[in-house]
Design a protein around this ligand. Structure first.
Ligand SMILES: *Cc1c(COP(=O)(O)O)cnc(C)c1O
Length: 469
């Protein structure tokens, strides 16, 4: 039997005990503190297992997964970088970990919020931050609500449309729709940048603003940003900056100086807090001076995910002002190093210097011949798992058919990057020779090719025993 063949429920043996609860004190024993209507008639069907069964079961399960502590993630548009252990040490100090959201008069906590607010204002060129939003998309919604409040406060009630580039992250149009705005798409030009000529005719008094990310999703710096800011402001609109991937700019360029009025950052990306599995995240929103009266939008209770904010602050302080600047520079260097080392084997639709990430459009020689199917981007991604690497983001952005978006981040050594490049070169050689090696990959993982749609749509999260409980 392999360790992952059984569920914890199937390991259960009646009477086996892993943990004993403290006995009820004499005073409480026998009292009916829980109303009869809320009490169970039958005990819950919990697995009966020993402590060592539990430890081995979950430790083994964790080994079936891929994590940033076990291997390299070339995961574009995500800044899936290493989470330094000092963040965890500080966040687990009892003085922080045992706080309750309803505790008041916490001068130390106030200082932390003030400190990170100041640091992020300095990094972005904004005036003030709210820390309530708990994810990037949540920050987008909060930021758009702030923009709406600003327009409404001026009696400007017609601004119900928002411009979003065709290269935008999918959450941008989605957040705009949730906020009740109509999305207008602006096209990219041949260089992969927002087409200013396509933008101009869209600007009128129904436009609330534009949502942009810079560098954009192709990892390219929108060099016309000053002109775009001038045009949007002249039409009475505001500029929203999707700062989820602020990584390459930190310490070098500030969105506030580019002309952006409001932005969100993803602390769980650029600022090294844990990311994945749906959270917890933090998407603080920063605003320029004229939007500060509208910053207190009610998107969540309390002050957001304090533990995450604390980790990000620890990370900023650990690096210090000078070293923070190195993150973006090294992330940019690393991305360009991989791009240049592989462009003879993978199609590179945009060849200019990239920032933190870039996009390949599949293999140059995918091995297709005599009616034999070639290797697609999905197959390359699957084969990478056999070599011990996480797959990059694939089939996004939608501008290319075989998109493979690669972002190494600054945390990786040259040796790690070289190992990844070697694996990518080997995979390209395999594809040219016999693409079936890739079609059947991965060969060495606990699960090979699950039905991905089924796995996402028909999740089975609840164990059903023989009696259907
Ligand atoms: C990740 C990402 C988002 C969304 O952030 P979440 O925390 O996943 O909601 C938005 N924009 C860009 C560019 C991103 O990379």
């Amino acid at each position: 039997m392999k360790y992952y063949d059984k569920l914890i429920f199937e390991l259960s043996k009646p009477g086996r005990i892993g943990y004993s609860l403290p006995s009820v004190c004499e005073k409480c024993a026998g009292t009916d503190s829980i109303p009869a209507s809320l009490r169970r008639e039958v005990p819950p069907g919990l697995p009966q297992v020993s402590e060592v069964d539990v430890v081995r079961h979950y430790t083994n399960l964790s080994q079936m997964n891929f994590g940033v502590d076990t291997g390299f993630y070339p995961l574009g548009s995500c800044t899936m970088k290493y989470n330094p252990k000092i963040n965890e040490e500080i966040a687990s100090m009892p003085a922080f970990a045992a706080l309750h959201p309803c505790q008041t008069n916490l001068t130390g906590v106030d200082e932390i919020y003030k400190g990170i607010d100041k640091a992020l204002c300095e990094i972005t060129g904004m005036k003030r931050f709210t820390f309530k939003p708990c994810a990037g998309a949540h920050g987008e919604l909060a930021g758009l609500m702030i923009m709406r409040e600003y327009h409404l406060s001026r009696g400007d009630t017609n601004r119900t449309r928002i411009i979003v580039p065709d290269s935008a992250h999918g959450t941008n149009p989605a957040s705009a729709a949730v906020c009740g705005l109509d999305v207008v798409e602006v096209k990219s030009n041949a260089q992969g940048l927002v087409d200013v000529n396509d933008l101009k005719p869209l600007l009128d008094d129904t436009i609330a603003g534009i949502m942009m990310t810079n560098p954009n999703t192709l990892g390219l710096f929108e060099k016309d940003i000053k002109e775009i800011a001038y045009l949007v402001h002249a039409a009475g609109g505001l500029l929203y900056y999707d700062g989820a991937n602020m990584n390459p700019l930190i310490g070098t360029v500030r969105p506030g100086d580019m002309g952006f009025d409001v932005l969100h950052l993803n602390l769980h990306k650029s600022f090294s807090t844990p990311h994945g599995g749906g959270g917890p995240g933090s998407g603080p929103v920063g605003v320029c001076e004229k939007l500060t009266p509208f910053i207190d939008v009610n998107v969540s209770g309390f002050h957001g995910n304090f533990g995450v904010i604390l980790r990000a602050y620890a990370y900023i302080l650990m690096l210090g002002r000078e070293n923070v600047k190195m993150c973006g520079r090294l992330a940019t260097l690393n991305a360009n190093y991989i791009k240049e080392s592989l462009k003879d084997l993978y199609k590179l639709p945009v060849t200019t210097i990239c920032k933190h990430e870039f996009v390949f459009d599949g293999l140059i020689n995918d091995g297709a011949r005599d009616g034999k199917k070639g290797a697609a981007t999905l197959d390359v991604a699957k084969r990478l798992l056999d070599f011990g690497y996480h797959a990059p983001t694939i089939y996004f952005p939608l501008l290319f058919h075989q998109a493979m978006m690669i972002e190494p981040t600054e945390t990786e050594s040259k040796e790690t990057l070289d190992g990844f490049i070697e694996a990518m070169r080997k995979i390209a050689a395999e594809a040219a020779e016999d693409p079936d090696i890739l079609h059947d990959a991965p060969h060495n993982t606990p699960v090979s090719r699950p039905d991905e749609t089924g796995a996402a749509r028909n999740l089975i999260l609840k164990f059903q025993d023989a009696c259907g409980c």
